[in-house]
Design a protein around this ligand. Structure first.
Ligand SMILES: Cc1cc2nc3c(=O)[nH]c(=O)nc-3n(C[C@H](O)[C@H](O)[C@H](O)COP(=O)(O)OP(=O)(O)OC[C@H]3O[C@@H](n4cnc5c(N)ncnc54)[C@H](O)[C@@H]3O)c2cc1C
Length: 461
């Protein structure tokens, strides 16, 4: 429960329609797309609800909300599309959830500088549409384009289909404006490159809202390509396909789209797309097909990859249609059976050994992988795993232990336990192990900027 004078102050500041305290509203905002079944034994923390939800419309409304929270020592949780899959936007200590989708203006698109300045809550799809009118496109193109916001993608440093050519969302950020836990506003310089470190944009990239609330961002954007070429290669096994992808990257070939995937019983496919100026696309495509053939790949034509490309946002569209804004019990009931989807980053030399060790861990833990994939670059490896049979709830603990063994193996092989979705509550217990001394340094920064630990407490540091 929040003190009533705090609620009154919020209403004075934002107006009654922008301060929500009814239980159904609190429920909708008290989770993201992570269901308790994927938190395994730590699921109880998801039961906590927000005490209030506010919907500011400008940075001038965000800053005083944060100041009030600081004065009252009340937790404050930035909330974008609520599509994160790690529980990073869940208000696990209660407090005020700040729905940033009210900051939804596209401030400027500059086709000469190739930049776009937008408010934090702009949905990626809306920005992509506006850019298209200028012959431009966004370098970040996740499955969740129809539902995720710009600042949510920055705060998770997400990866999308174009990650091979344009990098993760954090790589697109040129400058940021953010409200710090004290309520002060920080704007970093929007310049293509500067020398004085540390680059303060990185205080917020991948930081899940623990250092402040992003209110605006200037992003690098790209001209729509002159040409796109699609290719699909079939491989007899995953290892040969992986070797081909590693060789492409070692040669300096960077397809815009790279997805090598092995699905239960449907063979191994490499989906590739090249885009850019015509001569470059033609040359890169021809050389890539040659490399793949040298590793036993069979060119089965572009049609499967064209279909893949056209339907790439389908999961985001169906989430938007069926789940977005629904009560938690609807969102959490979505998956009929337990599963987990892991996305680890490893040195190229460790990917195949990791995969083979995973098979052993899964078999010992009563689980199996139904999909293995390389997405955007050879070092980024995913597996979709399910338990053998349909375990009762108690056995979810065992599945959680199996997952942890796999993630710890990735760390021990010189990698990271997650490359795409962040840490949230799902992976929090393994973060200090991964970061070592860096964890204490990050904690010291957090304590200096947020002495009362009000900004998304319980996440990261
Ligand atoms: C169907 C589906 C497909 C997906 N596909 C992908 C994919 O291809 N690639 C990928 O990377 N992810 C994917 N995701 C996960 C998710 O879409 C991303 O993590 C996305 O970047 C989250 O954006 P959001 O706006 O929903 O953020 P939220 O879930 O609302 O928040 C995520 C984190 O950012 C913080 N945050 C939000 N706004 C701000 C702000 N203004 N200032 C500071 N912190 C803030 C929150 O506190 C939280 O810690 C998918 C999810 C779904 C449901």
């Amino acid at each position: 429960m929040l003190p009533s004078d705090l609620i009154r102050s919020l209403v004075r500041l934002l107006g009654p329609a922008s301060v929500l305290t009814d239980p159904p509203d609190l429920d909708r905002y008290s989770a993201d797309a992570l269901s308790p079944a994927r938190v395994f034994s730590g699921a109880a923390v998801l039961e906590r609800m927000a005490d209030a939800v506010v919907v500011p419309r400008s940075v001038d409304q965000v800053a005083p909300v944060v100041k009030l929270a600081s004065q009252h020592r009340v937790p404050i949780v930035p909330y974008g599309g609520g599509t994160g899959v790690m529980g990073a936007a869940a208000p696990i200590k209660g407090g005020i959830v700040v729905d940033m989708k009210g900051l939804d203006r596209i401030v400027d698109i500059n086709p000469t500088d190739l930049t776009a300045t937008v408010e934090a809550g702009v949905v990626l799809e809306d920005l992509a549409r506006a850019l298209k009118d200028h012959g431009l496109m966004l370098g970040h193109d996740p499955w969740s384009v129809p539902i995720a916001t710009v600042a949510g993608a920055i705060s998770t440093n997400g990866v999308g289909y174009l990650g091979a050519s344009h990098g993760p969302m954090g790589d697109q950020v040129l400058g940021l404006e953010a409200v710090l836990p004290s309520g002060e506003t920080l704007a970093t310089r929007t310049v293509p490159k500067y020398s004085a470190g540390p680059n303060l944009n990185h205080l917020f990239i991948g930081s899940e809202g623990v250092f402040g609330i992003i209110t605006r961002a200037t992003l690098r954007v790209w001209r729509e390509p002159e040409k796109r070429a699609f290719a699909t290669m079939a491989f007899a096994d995953f290892d040969r396909g992986f070797e081909a992808v590693a060789e492409l990257f070692a040669l300096g070939l960077k397809p815009s789209l790279v997805d090598l995937s092995e699905e239960d019983g449907s063979g191994v496919r490499l989906f590739m797309m090249y885009e850019g100026y015509s001569e470059g696309v033609n040359a890169a495509e021809a050389r890539s097909l040659g490399v793949c053939r040298a590793f036993g790949g069979k060119d089965i034509g572009p049609s499967e990859t064209v279909a893949y490309w056209r339907t790439r946002h389908r999961a985001g569209e169906s989430y938007k249609r069926d789940m977005l804004g629904q009560p938690r019990r609807v969102r959490w009931g979505r998956h009929g059976r337990s599963f987990d989807y892991l996305h680890v980053a490893l040195p190229t030399s460790k990917v195949l050994p990791f995969r083979h060790e995973c098979d052993g861990i899964l078999a010992a833990g009563g689980a199996r992988a139904v999909e293995y994939a390389i997405w955007t670059r050879p070092e980024l490896f995913s597996l979709l795993l399910v338990p053998d049979g349909d375990p009762p709830e108690a056995d979810l603990r065992a599945l959680g232990e199996t997952v942890d063994r796999i993630l710890v193996l990735a760390q021990d092989m010189g990698g990271a336990m997650e490359y795409c979705h962040g840490v949230g509550i799902k992976l929090a217990h393994l973060l200090s192990r991964e970061m070592g001394q860096g964890f204490d340094v990050a904690r010291a920064i957090k304590a200096a900027l947020d002495p009362y630990n009000i900004m998304n407490p319980g996440k990261l540091y």
